[in-house]
Design a protein around this ligand. Structure first.
Ligand code: FE2
Length: 254
């Protein structure tokens, strides 16, 4: 795998003019930074990301589960306004719904408070609809490499099937918000409904071709560090080590 891969589409450098102080980015741990008393949040250790443009005051929330009302308040405290949500994939700990018999609040609860588009990958929409109990009309379906603009910030959607059919990651300002596709020391499960181990291998190899200084922000706190550069991740993460699909599937294919 070529760390400096010349992949024109998958460049972590976005074409935004909103760099520097203008770029708003927060990584919040469910059960610690919000939803503090929710035992499921504390157990699941999901990250929610807030991404926006300080100058226009607009922001989107990535995977706003557990306590969407608190996320809206947090944004208000920062002088920001929620203008949309991005879903990495359909699982209840990311978009809300039923998880092991527990009801997790998510995009449906969010939409009761604010009317904003929920951006999903096209292949994920029916799954999100079913899992989160949201109506199709509230979802905006996207294709690979679509760009969602938040003020002058440009968020590129990277389709990374494998954990689920329409899993997607978000590239913004040299950061990769990776959902459950890539963790710092592993990757998302590939034995769940809609999973595809062979597709996961291809998705991981696409991500591995991003520049090494891209900072990976995972969907869960499964390692000591909350984020790391892709270069560091590639040194330690065993799921990025195999050189062929066969090797990968032998080691990690469910
Ligand atoms: Fe998941």
């Amino acid at each position: 795998m070529n760390a400096q891969g010349n992949d024109a589409v998958l460049s972590s450098q976005s074409a935004t003019a909103a760099g520097g102080d203008r770029f708003y980015f927060r990584q919040l741990l469910a059960g610690r930074d919000f939803a503090k008393r929710d035992p499921i949040a504390r157990q699941m250790v999901n990250f929610v990301y807030l991404i926006g443009d300080r100058e226009t005051g607009e922001a989107v929330a990535v995977d706003p589960a557990y306590a969407p009302d608190e996320l809206i308040e947090l944004l208000e405290t920062d002088g920001m306004r929620l203008v949309g949500a991005l879903a990495t994939h359909y699982h209840a700990d990311h978009v809300g719904g039923n998880l092991f018999g527990y009801e997790i609040a998510g995009v449906t609860a969010l939409l009761e408070q604010v009317s904003v588009p929920i951006h999903v990958q096209r292949d994920e929409s029916r799954w999100v609809e079913r899992a989160a109990g949201v109506s199709r009309g509230d979802l905006v379906e996207h294709d690979a490499d679509d760009v969602v603009g938040v003020g002058k910030v440009r968020i590129r959607l990277v389709h990374t099937p494998g954990h689920t059919p329409g899993s997607q990651c978000f590239l913004v300002e040299g950061r990769l918000v990776a959902g459950d596709t890539l963790f710092l020391n592993g990757c998302g499960r590939t034995d769940l409904p809609g999973s595809d181990p062979a597709a996961m291998y291809e998705s991981l190899m696409r991500l591995a071709r991003l520049p090494d200084d891209t900072v990976v922000y995972p969907g869960h706190l499964y390692s000591e560090d909350p984020f790391a550069t892709l270069g560091e991740t590639k040194r330690w993460n065993p799921v990025l080590a195999p050189r062929t699909a066969e090797q990968w599937l032998r080691a990690f294919g469910a």
